[in-house]
Design a protein around this ligand. Structure first.
Ligand code: SF4
Length: 191
């Protein structure tokens, strides 16, 4: 359909998209020169446990930029992002307040495997607060090899717990995400 044939809701959507693209370009201008290396890229990795169990890790990374040989991952968020700073890598795993940060570091971890030997930093951009630009994790510093090692160790622990048949699945204590949960009908939370 030609642009001049758009009607109703589609015109509104077009205007929203124009506004978002224009704001992203404004933010990008402040980071020049850089190259966009990847967009909406599927990334996988394999975990092999001593027990012989093999787990496939997967993520779709919104965007990876390259500047002076270093990589910057940008994770776009439709909602608001609370700029909470974890004090240690284990905070990503123990506190759901850091779920956006956890996801972003998980992407950095996968990128470190798929494109090894690069400095990798990661930032979040909330569509509702785009004027504030990209909020960089880890105080804007690239993650260190030690941080990735710690992250991997905690991730392995987490996956081991998920597969441990002696640990039952229970309803979360944090009900804030239940409203949007795909399993809420099955779960009967709050009944
Ligand atoms: S609705 Fe149930 S399954 Fe979904 S997050 Fe809440 S407790 Fe977990």
């Amino acid at each position: 359909m030609a642009i001049d044939q758009l009607e109703g809701k589609n015109i509104l959507l077009r205007n929203v998209i124009r506004e978002l693209v224009s704001r992203i370009l404004e933010v990008d201008k402040t980071y020049l020169p850089f190259a966009i290396l990847q967009l909406e890229k599927d990334v996988t990795s394999i975990f092999e446990f001593q027990s012989g169990k093999v787990v496939k890790l997967f993520g779709i990374i919104d965007r990876v930029d390259e500047k002076d040989g270093s990589l910057r991952i940008v994770d776009y968020k439709t909602g608001k992002v609370e700029k909470r700073k974890p004090t240690a890598i284990e905070d990503y795993f123990n506190n759901t307040d850091y779920k956006e940060q956890f996801q972003a570091m998980y992407y950095a971890y996968l990128t470190n495997i798929s494109i090894p030997g690069r400095q990798i930093s990661v930032g979040l951009m909330a569509l509702k607060t785009m004027k504030e630009g990209i909020w960089m994790l880890n105080n804007g510093e690239p993650f260190s090899a030690e941080q990735f090692t710690q992250f991997e160790s905690h991730l392995k622990e987490l996956i081991t717990r998920i597969f441990d048949s002696k640990i039952p699945f229970t309803q979360t204590d944090d009900e804030s995400g239940c409203k949007y949960c795909a399993y809420k009908e099955m779960c009967h939370r709050g009944e």
